[in-house]
Design a protein around this ligand. Structure first.
Ligand SMILES: [Zn+2]
Length: 282
C-alpha cells in the first residue's frame, strides 16, 4: 500500500515508535526492505538517494516506477522518500513518483535553510500532496572530528520557529549521530537530554534520526521511545549485505545472498524501532 510519509509518521507519533527508513539504491534492496517489513507486519519508508532518481529527461525513470509498483502491491504501508535533496531535485523526483522529499539545506545559515525548505514545502504540498522532511542542526559524517559534530547539534530554541516558518511534516535533528561507519572502537553517545527537550517542545510533531549506523542498539531503542519516529539506516544494511556475500564465499546466487544479508539486519532493527506489528489497512 503506497502512502505518504505524513500518514506513516502520524501513526508512529500516536504509537510512540519509529519506522525504519532503509536507504535503497537498486531493485534488490527495495525487494529486501519490503520483504523484511512484510515479515514483521511493519510500516516502511523507502529512503532513496537523490542520485538514484535523478534524470535530466522529463517523465518518471524506471527506478521510481518500479518502487511505486512494489509499494502499491506490498501488504504493509510503504512511503517513498527522496533522501537529502534540494528544491530542484525535489521537483524532479516528485515527478519520478516519490511520496515524500527531504530538503536538506542544513549546511546553510539558519535563515537560508528556512527559505530553501519553505519554497520546497510549498511546491510539495500544493502541487502534489507530497510530504516533506528537513534538517535543523547538521548531522555530519563519521569522518568529522567530534568537535565539528558537536557544533552541528540541533539548537532547541530554533526548533518551533523552524517548523512554523517552513511548514514541514517531519524534522531531522542532530543529537550525536553521524553518517557512515565509525572507525573501529568508536561509537556515538546520543544526547538524550537534548532529545527530551526537543520532544517536549514539539509534542506530536515527528522527529527523524539520520546516521543511525554504528549506534548501540540500546541507544536506538531509547531514542525511539523518546520521540524519534523515523530512523534512517544505510551503512549497517550495506555492511550486513556484503558480510553475507563474503561469508558465502561464492556459494549461492549473489543476489539471493545479498538480499538475505540486507533483510536480516532490517528484521533485527525493526523491533528495536518498535514498529513491528504496527501496519494498518485502509
Ligand atoms: Zn542522512
Amino acid at each position: 500500500m503506497l502512502v505518504t510519509m505524513k500518514e506513516i509518521l502520524e501513526h508512529a507519533v500516536k504509537g510512540n515508535y519509529a519506522v525504519a527508513a532503509p536507504n535503497v539504491g537498486n531493485s534488490i534492496e527495495v525487494n529486501a526492505a519490503i520483504a523484511a517489513a512484510e515479515e514483521l507486519n511493519a510500516p516502511l519508508i523507502l529512503d532513496v538517494h537523490f542520485e538514484n532518481l535523478r534524470s535530466k529527461m522529463p517523465g518518471p525513470r524506471p527506478m521510481g516506477a518500479f518502487m511505486r509498483a512494489r509499494a502499491e502491491e506490498a501488504s504493509v504501508p510503504v512511503a517513498i522518500n527522496q533522501d537529502h535533496g534540494n528544491f530542484h531535485g525535489a521537483v524532479r523526483n516528485i515527478q519520478c513518483g516519490v511520496t515524500s522529499v527531504m530538503c536538506d539545506s542544513s549546511m546553510l545559515p539558519y535563515e537560508e535553510n528556512i527559505a530553501a525548505v519553505k519554497k520546497t514545502a510549498e511546491i510539495a504540498h500544493m502541487a502534489y500532496d507530497v510530504s516533506i522532511e528537513a534538517e535543523l542542526g547538521h548531522v555530519g559524517h563519521t569522518v568529522d572530528t567530534s568537535e565539528q559534530t558537536q557544533a552541528g547539534l540541533t539548537d532547541p530554541d530554533q526548533v518551533l520557529h523552524f517548523i512554523q516558518e517552513t511548514g514541514i511534516d517531519a524534522l531531522a535533528i542532530a543529537i550525536g549521530t553521524a553518517h557512515g561507519l565509525y572507525p573501529k572502537g568508536v561509537e556515538p553517545n546520543l544526547d538524550f537530554e537534548r532529545l527530551a527537550t526537543i520532544k517536549k517542545l514539539v509534542g506530536d510533531f515527528p522527529l527523524v534520526l539520520h546516521g543511525s549506523s554504528g549506534t548501540p542498539n540500546d541507544q536506538i531503542y531509547k531514542a525511539c521511545r523518546m520521540g524519534i519516529n523515523k530512523v534512517n539506516i544505510a551503512s549497517d544494511l550495506g555492511k550486513s549485505a556484503w558480510d553475507a556475500v563474503l561469508a558465502a564465499n561464492g556459494q549461492g546466487p549473489l543476489a539471493v545472498v545479498y538480499t538475505e544479508g540486507f533483510k536480516s539486519k532490517l528484521v533485527e532493527m525493526i523491533p528495536i524501532y518498535g514498529s513491528d506489528g504496527k501496519a494498518w489497512k485502509r
